[in-house]
Design a protein around this ligand. Structure first.
Ligand SMILES: [Zn+2]
Length: 110
């Protein structure tokens, strides 16, 4: 009886060890993905304040596989400083995202 209990405890311990290791591997892979898909921030002209202070960063949404771009003005007094999120199913160049952003901004008339 004692022997059976010991085997069960050992199995339980191994199971925990294995699942813990799998979780760790998953987390590490996520981190690598984010680094690969991050682009170097480039600077563009802001359609609101006119400064060359628009930065576009991107990362991949692991759940939906969308590429999520964040367009932010570096001028703290600019309304666009809060940043705007733009989501695409495929990757695209920062300049294309910027052009769409400026077009949307002009259309909104804000
Ligand atoms: Zn601005």
């Amino acid at each position: 009886m004692k022997g059976v209990l010991l085997v069960r405890e050992t199995l339980f311990y191994l199971l925990q060890l294995a699942s813990g290791r799998a979780r760790q591997m998953g987390r590490r892979r996520k981190k690598t993905l984010r680094v690969i898909h991050r682009t170097l921030p480039k600077v563009f002209a802001c359609p609101r304040c006119g400064l060359i202070s628009i930065r576009i960063t991107s990362e991949q949404d692991e759940a939906s596989q969308d590429t999520v771009f964040r367009v932010t003005c570096g001028n703290p007094n600019c309304p666009l400083h809060a940043g705007r999120e733009m989501r695409y199913a495929t990757r695209r160049a920062d300049i294309d995202v910027y052009n769409t952003f400026v077009d949307d901004y002009a259309k909104a008339g804000a």
